[in-house]
Design a protein around this ligand. Structure first.
Ligand SMILES: *[C@@H]1O[C@H](CO)[C@@H](O)[C@H](O)[C@H]1NC(C)=O
Ligand SMILES: *[C@@H]1O[C@H](CO)[C@@H](O)[C@H](O)[C@H]1NC(C)=O
Ligand SMILES: *[C@@H]1O[C@H](CO)[C@@H](O)[C@H](O)[C@H]1NC(C)=O
Ligand SMILES: *[C@@H]1O[C@H](CO)[C@@H](O)[C@H](O)[C@H]1NC(C)=O
Ligand SMILES: *[C@@H]1O[C@H](CO)[C@@H](O)[C@H](O)[C@H]1NC(C)=O
Length: 763
């Protein structure tokens, strides 16, 4: 699977496949490129977490100590020259966001290492997967006024991107008009000609190969970097589509690329080395469009490393993953991470399919031949196009209708077998009417679910179904309901801590145009373009990182939790028609009648940068709050020391409300047979300058009584903190036929609305 992302279009395919596959367990592949000798066949890479405070004084440095540990616990059979061999086996050393090293060990050596004095945990390496012109406009960002003007486009904020590398020649990384990066910046370019780095691309490092090569050979990293902070580029587009001025969300923020992913995926030893370097270099924001199966935080090196980053004041955005619309699929669920789901934007690439019965079905297509107006052509329905071998007998001269169309290479295979067109219907995949588009090379379009149902009805109704295509090759903005919760966006509940709502927010993640390496084809026929359209929570994550950069520019003293709170409590819960944000992942009867998305899909809602820079109140949280949270999950002191090496133990008493009492801008209220009353406490910090009074507004399902005290909060000065408690009482013995329901708690006045979603669970 992971090896499939060698071509850009396969990268797109990966997004779909990820949505459908359950997690497989990956055995980390040895990376010969970063080895100076062949590993023993039975060895794997392990991350060794060390409590650096316990270093015996006989070792001058941590490195000496680590080498001695390796020599003691892993007497290498290869070693003819032991010292050289052992130091060679330490692949990465971590000293900023956490302490320890990554090393190749056999399973027995790993067990022995885990008992070594000073070692707090040994985790086998895991593989993670990579999960615009219109999207900034859609977010309400306008060059002439408002938050871009107020923040000078995020000028000077440094966003670290952990991804597949960068194509530095892109116009999106042109630094015209940018002043030099701040003098405290410690990063730089390694393995890239110095002339390719500039005041926009201020860092580029590679953790996947030796010698380092931060160039992007996949395209994903270039795309996400330009989404977060690409410079203004006029006339960008993919072929004739989505043409306009391309800009990142924070067009004057600076980019530092930390390459940790290659064609095999992203190994966590490399990801953590990248986080360590990014924080040491001095980034303000980290954006990571990758994820894996969620684990308990003490078993999850990525959770431990991101804790260190947030502790250092760095805001960390991660993608929620593309495994929706199924529940329990959200990943990157630690409370110090900002977890971003994908929203649909108000842009379509319409194309028409006229059926033999004269019915016109409007789908979407990136087919580029505008003149094409095909004749009525026979249709052949194929269930699983990705598995089909396409015998010419079956497809010659026909339009293939794919119930499961299986990615871009399908188009080429249909074409090679003499097929004359392709229709992706995805009826079985619950895609609603939001569809990803792909640059097929033969006449093709993709239909949303309600249209797909009409097409299959028609095919079943006649012995010889036919249809014809009409392509306008147009981009239409502002006509469809948006934002939506996109079908593939991963949803809660959070498997690791059900009492913490994830994802946190939605940001644009469907059909996003951003920069692309000119030497990597954008379609299977080898066409190239300097901009490409991709979909995924991978695309949503850098949008949120860009918004965080704008907030950081305006409020340089805010903690990562304050920035996230501002994004969450000001997020949109309604769409451009004034209705609830719709869920494209829920089976529905027609485009006009989509089901409302719940906070399990949207988190607090869709980001609104314009409001997020002035949230009124924020829910702050820091190391102490996160430690209390981990303590309420019953973490042992040894487990806590993975996060805070010098901690003595848990506070006593613990927060009464358990993990749900974390000072988070959302609520999860879990009732069970015995507990029908839950009381949670929150503390808000006023960040608006002037005196203000807030009144609480509550929405709760029938059968739940919510009492907030006090019900008004009056503030006289900035940075003032006030606490309130919320009592949730389930008055029905058991909630009627439902184990989940939703509501919100909002502190409001004329100027501000500070809204938190509430999820109620009964079990
Ligand atoms: C071990 O290898 C290193 C580096 O290759 C070399 O400098 C050193 O002399 C070698 N030591 C022995 C004992 O062979
Ligand atoms: C842009 O920002 C400047 C100073 O930050 C402010 O004086 C000006 O009014 C703003 N312009 C608009 C159109 O908002
Ligand atoms: C597609 O169909 C719609 C509705 O019938 C029509 O308004 C539009 O012009 C058609 N587009 C093309 C390219 O034929
Ligand atoms: C932690 O331990 C307490 C006491 O044994 C128990 O009541 C509680 O359910 C545990 N919490 C979790 C999250 O496991
Ligand atoms: C609850 O479910 C039962 C059994 O499915 C059904 O008979 C009853 O009408 C439902 N009650 C409500 C209020 O929906």
């Amino acid at each position: 699977m992971v090896s499939m992302i060698s071509k850009p279009l396969q990268c797109l395919a990966l997004l779909f496949l990820l949505a459908q596959l359950t997690d497989s367990v990956f055995t980390p592949k040895p990376k010969n490129s970063i080895e100076h000798h062949k590993p023993q066949p039975s060895s794997n890479t392990y991350i060794v977490h060390v409590n650096h405070l316990l270093k015996p004084s006989r070792f001058a440095t941590l490195d000496h100590w680590y080498k001695s540990m390796v020599a003691t616990h892993s007497p290498s059979p290869l070693a003819t020259n032991a010292t050289a061999s052992e130091s060679g086996r330490i692949l990465y050393t971590y000293d900023t966001v956490m302490h320890g090293f990554a090393v190749r060990l056999t399973a027995g050596e790993a067990r022995s290492m885990s008992r070594a004095a000073g070692v707090t945990a040994v985790h086998e390496a895991r593989m993670y997967h990579l999960h615009t012109t219109r999207s900034p406009g859609f977010l309400g960002l306008d060059p002439a006024y408002g938050v871009w003007n107020d923040t000078n486009f995020g000028d000077g904020v440094v966003i670290g991107i952990i991804d597949t590398g960068i194509w530095p020649e892109s116009l999106s990384f042109d630094d015209t008009g940018l002043s030099p990066v701040r003098s405290s910046w410690k990063g730089g370019c390694v393995g890239l000609d110095a002339s390719l780095c500039n005041n926009k691309l201020v860092g580029a490092k590679d953790f996947t190969s030796s010698p380092p090569n931060p160039r992007d050979e996949i395209g994903h990293g270039t795309h996400v970097a330009s989404t977060a902070a690409g410079s203004e580029v006029d006339g960008a587009g993919l072929f004739m589509f989505a043409r306009g001025t391309a800009r990142g969300v924070a067009p004057k923020a600076r980019i530092a690329m930390y390459k940790s992913c290659d064609n095999d995926g992203c190994s966590d030893p490399a990801i953590i080395a990248a986080i360590d370097a990014a924080v040491r270099d001095g980034v303000d924001i980290i954006s990571m469009s990758l994820g894996g199966r969620p684990l308990a935080f003490h078993d999850d090196s990525l959770a431990i490393a991101t804790f260190g980053a947030v502790r250092a004041g760095v805001f960390v955005a991660l993608a929620a993953a593309n495994k929706g619309p199924y529940p329990n699929t959200v990943t990157n669920v630690a409370p110090w991470m900002t977890t971003v789901g994908a929203g649909g934007v108000d842009r379509l690439f319409p194309a028409n399919l006229t059926l033999g019965n004269d019915e016109v079905l409007i789908g979407q297509s990136l087919y580029t031949n505008k003149a094409t107006r095909t004749a009525m052509t026979p249709l052949v329905l194929i269930n699983e196009c990705n598995k089909e071998s396409y015998s010419p007998d079956v497809v010659m001269g026909k339009v293939v209708v794919c119930a499961k169309y299986g990615g871009a290479s399908t188009g080429l295979r249909v074409q090679n077998a003499g097929g004359s067109g392709l229709i992706g219907v995805e009826e079985n995949a619950w895609h609603g009417d939001g569809v990803d588009v792909e640059a097929y090379t033969l006449p093709s379009l993709i239909l949303g679910r309600s249209k797909a149902m009409k097409l299959t009805e028609y095919i079943k109704s006649t012995a010889s179904p036919v249809a014809s295509f009409r392509f306008a090759c147009e981009t239409v903005s502002g006509e469809n309901r948006a934002p939506t919760a996109v079908f593939f966006s991963s949803r809660g509940p959070n498997l690791i801590v059900p009492k913490l709502l994830k994802p946190d927010v939605l940001a644009p993640g469907l059909n996003i145009l951003a920069a692309w390496p000119s030497d990597i084809p954008v379609s299977v026929d080898g066409r190239t373009s300097e901009y490409n359209i991709l979909s995924g929570t991978s695309m949503a994550c850098p949008h949120a990182a860009g918004v965080a950069a704008l907030i950081r520019k305006k409020h340089s003293d805010w903690t990562p939790a304050m920035i996230r709170s501002a994004m969450m409590t000001t997020a949109a819960t309604l769409d451009n028609t004034g209705r609830d944000i719709a869920d494209q992942g829920v089976v529905d009867t027609g485009a006009a009648d989509l089901t409302s998305a719940t906070p399990l899909a949207t988190g607090a809602g869709h980001v609104r940068p314009q409001l997020a820079v002035d949230p009124g109140l924020v829910y702050d949280a820091g190391v102490k709050d996160y430690v209390d949270f981990l303590c309420s999950l019953n973490y042992t002191v040894e487990q806590l020391r993975l996060f805070v090496p010098d901690i003595a133990g848990c506070p006593s008493p613990l927060p009464a409300g358990g993990p749900a009492d974390l000072n988070y801008p959302s609520f999860v209220v879990a009732f069970n047979g015995r507990t029908r009353v839950r009381t949670l406490t929150r503390t808000v910090t006023k960040v608006y300058e002037k005196p203000e009074k807030y009144i609480v507004v509550v929405s709760a399902p029938a059968g739940v009584k919510v009492t907030v005290s006090p019900a008004t909060l009056e503030f006289s000065k900035k940075n003032e903190k006030k606490s309130y408690t919320v009592e949730f009482r389930s008055v029905a013995r058991r909630h009627v036929n439902q184990s989940l329901d939703f509501g919100h708690i909002s502190w409001e006045n004329r100027k501000h609305q500070v809204r938190s979603p509430v999820v109620f669970m009964w079990n």
